[in-house]
Ligand binder design. Structure first.
Ligand code: SF4
Length: 208
């Protein structure tokens, strides 16, 4: 089965995949994921230490100056929206959840700037819950490898991946697909010449 070939190869390339966002607490991870939308983990990692040094607690973040937050996060883009998300998330977590990020999907989805993908990344990374977040890398790689059709939206892709791979592999698979897409099966000039999945890939002819 292609899903076995894929997991075997990904296990070879990334036996211990790690999330590349830097964080120390539950809320630092959640905010880093929110900041990473339409940006890169590398860029996010340049601004989160500045935010969390300047505002070292959720209460400090709740009281943060919006203009100051916007200036700090400008490099990740969408700074007006994201600064407002950060302040609102901090306010809600302090006021309604006693300073602890809720683990409950129904509560998480109500936080500003937090959607299904963010929740999946957060729960799988922080709590090792089985979930497959479909970001731009996971979407591209899934389509190239025939795990999804080119017309499929992210929710359809997530459901297909959950059907094709065992539940206990989901959290690790998400990280492996992200890393494979980021460093091997890149959007532009993927490294097909070295890829052991070339025989099952739909894109191979275009790239070699
Ligand atoms: S053959 Fe190329 S496009 Fe296909 S999965 Fe491998 S790196 Fe990606």
């Amino acid at each position: 089965m292609n899903s076995n070939l894929i997991t075997e190869y990904l296990d070879l390339l990334f036996p211990n995949p790690k999330c590349e966002l830097i964080y120390h607490t539950d809320y630092e991870l959640l905010i880093a994921i929110v900041l990473s939308a339409q940006s890169t983990d590398k860029r996010v990692n340049t601004v989160t230490p500045i935010i969390f040094n300047k505002y070292p607690s959720l209460i400090d973040l709740k009281g943060a100056d919006l203009k100051d937050l916007e200036a700090i996060i400008r490099v990740v883009g969408s700074q007006h929206k994201k600064a407002s998300y950060i302040k609102s998330i901090a306010t809600i977590i302090v006021d309604e959840y006693n300073g602890i990020v809720p683990r409950d999907r129904d509560k998480l989805i109500k936080l500003p700037g937090v959607g299904r993908k963010t929740i999946n990344v957060f729960l799988s990374e922080y709590y090792n819950e089985p979930a497959i977040a479909v970001d731009t890398h996971v979407e591209r790689v899934s389509k190239r490898l025939g795990l999804a059709y080119s017309k499929d939206d992210v929710l359809t892709i997530e459901n297909k991946l959950m059907k094709k791979f065992a539940k206990e592999k989901w959290a690790k698979l998400h990280l492996q697909l992200v890393l494979f897409g980021r460093y091997h099966c890149k959007a532009v000039k993927p490294e097909c010449g070295n890829c052991k999945l070339i025989d099952i890939c739909k894109e191979k002819k275009k790239n070699i």
